[in-house]
Ligand binder design. Structure first.
Ligand SMILES: C[S@@+](CC[C@H](N)C(=O)[O-])C[C@H]1O[C@@H](n2cnc3c(N)ncnc32)[C@H](O)[C@@H]1O
Length: 259
């Protein structure tokens, strides 16, 4: 069967060791892995920090509503599993614009009343926050945890990522939290090659600096330890060290609380 064009969610699935991908996805993923041989650790740690953030938001910040934009293909330790293990009543909305992701997520979640799946586009934030299914599941008078994990680097500068985040944050009540995971360019040729492979493969990919990522959280109170690498954000026993794993310098993460 002919392979469909490569797509972000399936390339990520391939890099995570999943099976929901085609030859075209593996080709782009292979080029990324050639530029960054430790990329697999990078994507595993992206999932690990997402888990730690969801645990923080539900256990420590006490949130019971999460909106995960760019949720991706279901894998291990999905957001709803982590959050609902802490409190089964936690409501989760998964948003993605990829029909394959939406089909998989709906099949997985058919029996889970606390979790809904919404077809939405991050670069149309006004439509997203007025989506009927989202509004029916999330109470915008109560704090919300907004997860933007591994997605903003697919929003190009000309699509105004800062404006996108602002529109979303403006819609959230005080006491809400925003989590960002973003790929970083620090002038490394290997990161530039990985970015070029994405651009060529899926037409998107814009790595930014740590300061640019921090600026997305302007106006929010940064949760300790601020905007740092994945290895430095509230590490647990299983978190690999940054010194021994330089690939981990290529992503910045931060959580901000809306005052
Ligand atoms: C790399 S995956 C990240 C998955 C998960 N958030 C994680 O960090 O493990 C990025 C996801 O964002 C989705 N995505 C990319 N651009 C999007 C957009 N403009 N609107 C909604 N989803 C988007 C892709 O379809 C993909 O599922």
């Amino acid at each position: 069967m002919e392979s469909p064009p490569p797509n972000i969610a399936r390339i990520y699935d391939f890099l995570l060791g999943g099976k929901d991908n085609y030859a075209s996805d593996r080709e782009v993923g292979g080029r990324i892995a050639q530029a960054l041989p430790e990329v697999h650790l990078g994507v595993q740690q992206q999932r690990a920090v997402l888990r730690r953030v969801v645990e923080y938001l539900t256990r420590e910040a006490g949130l019971r509503q999460l909106v995960d934009i760019g949720s991706g293909l279901p894998t291990a330790e999905n957001v709803h599993q982590v959050a609902q293990r802490i409190d089964p009543a936690t409501r989760v909305v998964y948003v993605d614009n990829d029909p394959v992701v939406l089909t998989h997520a709906r099949a997985l979640l058919a029996d889970n009343k606390q979790t809904v799946v919404v077809d939405g586009d991050l670069i149309k934030p006004s439509a997203l926050i007025t989506d009927q299914a989202l509004r029916a599941h999330i109470d915008f008078d109560q704090p919300v945890g907004l997860l933007l994990c591994g997605i903003l680097h697919y929003v190009l500068d000309e699509e105004d990522p800062a404006g996108v985040v602002r529109t979303l944050v403006d819609a959230l009540p005080s006491g809400s939290y925003v989590f960002i995971h973003h790929l970083i360019s620090a002038g490394d040729p290997d990161a530039a090659q990985a970015e070029a492979a994405l651009r060529q493969g899926v037409g998107r990919g814009q790595f930014r600096t740590r300061d640019q990522v921090a600026a997305f959280l302007d106006g929010l109170d940064l949760v300790d330890p601020g905007v740092v690498t994945v290895a430095e954000w509230r590490p647990d026993a299983g978190t690999p060290s940054l010194d021994a794993n330089p690939v981990l310098r290529l992503a910045a993460v931060g959580v901000g609380r809306k005052p």
